[in-house]
Design a protein around this ligand. Structure first.
Ligand SMILES: O=C(O)/C=C/C(=O)CC(=O)C(=O)O
Length: 228
């Protein structure tokens, strides 16, 4: 089981980091494109606020979002807001999520996210941490994959490697980072290809944040990853 107390502490630090960096922006920068196709920085802030509300729903046993359409429409509605409103929303919704997470609860219970995904409640703080850390990078404001805490990077590679594990569209893969860290993913049977790169480059590739140009693949050509 994930250590939700440890992950909540990491989440506090990551959220403070994002809010401190974002506070240096101005309204014009909020309206500029983020690194996510079709999304301004305002879309990213709006998404983070609505995701906090959605995770409160998950922890309290309600559907994460009323529907995919409502999720998307809420992000579009909130994206054009000025910086102070965006950051107040991210801060307040995060405060509410923390309050709900502080209530006595069975952290081993199974909760349901969107698209029918289920998980242990104890993994919700880590899932939120992924949103905060990767979207901080997506804002394109000077925080890069290399700036992510090494523990987070290793855990997110493991999380994504698990997600692609057993995927028929992928050959067996062994991911290898300097220092001996390694992860297995793709189909289980067969001789694995070895994909070598720094942990940030491996994470960037798996998470769709970076191309494969910094990775080396031995044993065959590097496969294209299926959509997340
Ligand atoms: O952690 C997950 O499996 C799901 C995360 C999300 O759905 C994040 C979003 O894209 C969202 O909350 O809108």
């Amino acid at each position: 089981m994930s250590d939700h107390v440890h992950d909540l502490a990491s989440l506090r630090e990551a959220t403070d980091r994002l809010l401190d960096a974002a506070a240096k922006l101005d309204n014009a920068a909020v309206a500029e494109p983020s690194r996510l196709p079709g999304w301004t920085r305002g879309h990213v802030f709006a998404h983070l606020a609505r995701n906090a509300d959605a995770l409160v729903n998950v922890l309290e046993g309600r559907p994460m979002y009323a529907s995919a359409e409502v999720r998307d429409a809420d992000i579009e509605r909130d994206a054009p807001r000025p910086l102070d409103v965006q950051l107040a929303d991210v801060r307040e919704t995060w405060g509410h999520l923390l309050e709900v997470a502080a209530a006595p609860a069975d952290w081993t219970r199974t909760v349901t996210l969107r698209n029918g995904v289920t998980d242990s409640a104890s993994r919700i703080p880590f899932r939120r941490l992924v949103e905060i850390e990767l979207h901080h990078v997506d804002l394109g404001i000077g925080y890069e994959l290399e700036d992510l805490p090494a523990e987070f990077t290793a855990r997110e590679i493991e999380f994504l490697a698990d997600r692609f594990s057993g995927h028929d569209g992928l050959p067996p893969l062994r991911l290898a980072a300097p220092g001996g860290a390694g992860w297995a993913t793709g189909r289980a049977e067969g001789e694995p290809l070895t994909v070598t790169g720094t942990a940030p480059d491996l994470l960037g590739w798996l998470a769709g944040r970076r191309d494969d140009s910094a990775l080396q693949c031995t044993g065959g050509p590097l496969p294209a990853l299926p959509p997340l």
